[in-house]
Design a protein. Structure first.
Length: 293
């Protein structure tokens, strides 16, 4: 008998959802960085074995939207509640259970199994953890609570075992050789954006969108042209940096990661353009692939 199901991962920003998904899928599908709001789309990572297919879905952190882009991000998170066979709600030892009451209410009303994962338990002690588990139990009485540490890989196998037990009997939804629902270009934009998140401060990374204008794949190499869009001329100057050094660093680091990801030689050219206030424009957000309704 073959099992297949959708396991959707939700939670607030920066609790370790992407790191956890990468551990469960075993591929570096979601970009995991130390800054909040790194995931802007729903990203699927597909785990295949002979008798099973688990479609994991990582979502942006749940947040109170301040502008159009964040509204789209919240839509992705809320849509993950609709089509899950199993919901992984990820929190950590620092976060209080009463954060985001509105979203928690939606989770509480779900009929599907909810696994509540308390991540980063290596930063807590036994006594505090017991209290936290009790608080979460009150908040989500039907959820199964599993303390984990994605960083130390603690209890990740137990989560996986439970998921296998919970997903329904079903034929596979995707081809057995497929790792994700996203095209190769998508990962190029995510990897470049990850480097920008790592190397620039404050608002800059959140004002950036990356578009791949050329992706030419050959037997042993890929030629890529990518445009980094920012909202203002001053941001363009910061991204490029003095004598182009900052942009060169981003391109070099992105190229290394892309070579590892695609297992091919990468030729990467990057350009920076200004697209004024794109985060607040319906038209631009749609062009960049965000879901607005």
């Amino acid at each position: 008998m073959h099992k297949a199901g959708f396991v959707n991962i939700v939670g607030n920003p920066n609790v370790g959802k992407s790191t956890l998904m990468n551990l469960l899928v075993g591929e570096r599908i979601s970009i995991a960085t130390f800054k909040a709001q790194t995931t802007r789309h729903r990203i699927m990572g597909i785990l295949n074995t002979d008798d099973m297919q688990i479609v994991f879905s990582d979502t942006p952190g749940v947040l109170k939207p301040n502008y159009k882009l964040q509204e789209s991000m919240l839509n992705f998170s809320e849509s993950a509640l609709v089509d899950a066979d199993v919901l992984l709600y990820v929190t950590d030892t620092i976060e209080q259970p009463d954060k985001n009451q509105e979203f928690m209410e939606k989770v509480r009303r779900l009929d599907v199994p909810v696994l509540l994962l308390i991540n980063k338990i290596d930063l807590s002690n036994q006594e505090d953890l017991v209290k936290l588990v009790d608080q979460w139990h009150e908040m989500l009485p039907k959820a199964e609570i599993i303390p984990v540490s994605a960083k130390a890989r603690f209890n990740v196998d137990a989560v996986m075992k439970r998921i296998r037990e919970l997903i329904p009997d079903s034929p596979p939804y995707f081809g057995k050789d497929q790792l994700t629902d996203k095209p190769a270009r998508f990962f190029v934009t995510e990897i470049i954006r990850e480097k920008i998140l790592l190397y620039y401060d404050k608002e800059i990374p959140y004002a950036v969108e990356v578009v791949v204008e050329q992706f030419k794949e050959e037997a042993k190499s890929i030629h890529i042209n990518a445009v980094i869009y920012v909202e203002r001329d001053s941001q363009k100057g910061i991204i490029i940096g003095k004598q182009g050094k900052a942009l060169k660093k981003v391109a070099t680091e992105a190229r290394k990661t892309l070579e590892h990801f695609f297992q091919k030689t990468i030729y990467l050219e990057t350009f920076v353009k200004v697209d004024k206030d794109w985060r607040c424009s319906d038209k631009e957000l749609k062009n960049f692939g965000y879901q607005l309704d």
